[in-house]
Design a protein around this ligand. Structure first.
Ligand code: GDP
Ligand code: MG
Length: 162
């Protein structure tokens, strides 16, 4: 069976941009407005000759209400049914309260979680990513989904962890 990788994180951290970068084409919908992806959307991806399914999700938040709660629930289903989770945060922001709140939810699945520090568009921001060790989820991988920086190393680590 083809392994499943879920891409999860707060709204607007760049999950869909990262999915597009991994796919090498603009297929996942990227928006400046949060909350565009409502469901779980699966795509066929390949890296270094290995196939996997990548699942884009909407923004996760704890104690979300109404529509946001439905979106968060879909993200949680993606975590529960994935073989590996890419938890996306912003290198420009660091770990937020929402990210701390996500950790138990991410651990519940019992699957490997890679912390992806997105928007690390330059070396200074890349260095900032090390603050994300504080999440307790292991080594943070700085990437710029927009420019492609760091994504190859992150994908190598993903395949190692699958
Ligand atoms: P999502 O809500 O997590 O799926 O986030 P999107 O992929 O829709 O991106 C939200 C915004 O962040 C868009 O304006 C993207 O262009 C921007 N963005 C995504 N990745 C990067 C990145 O690596 N660097 C910068 N500077 N902006 C990014
Ligand atoms: Mg999105």
């Amino acid at each position: 069976p083809v392994p499943v990788v879920a891409v999860v994180g707060r709204p607007n951290v760049g999950k869909s941009t990262l999915v597009n970068r991994i796919l090498g084409r603009r297929q996942a919908v990227v928006e400046n407005q949060p909350g565009v992806t409502r469901d779980r959307v699966a795509y066929d991806a390949t890296w270094a000759g290995r196939r996997f399914t990548i699942v884009d999700t909407g923004g996760w938040a704890p104690d979300a209400k109404d529509r946001a709660a439905a979106i968060a629930a879909q993200a949680e289903i993606a975590v529960a049914t994935a073989d590996l989770v890419l938890y996306v945060v912003e290198a420009t922001v660091g770990a937020t309260d929402v990210d701390d709140a996500a950790v138990p939810m991410l651990r519940r699945g019992g699957r490997p979680v890679l912390v992806v520090a997105n928007k690390a568009d330059n070396p200074a921001l890349e260095a900032e990513a090390s603050t994300l060790w504080s999440l307790g989820l292991g080594e943070p991988y700085p990437v710029s989904a927009l420019h492609g920086r760091g994504t190859g190393d992150m994908l190598d680590a993903l395949l190692d962890a699958l």
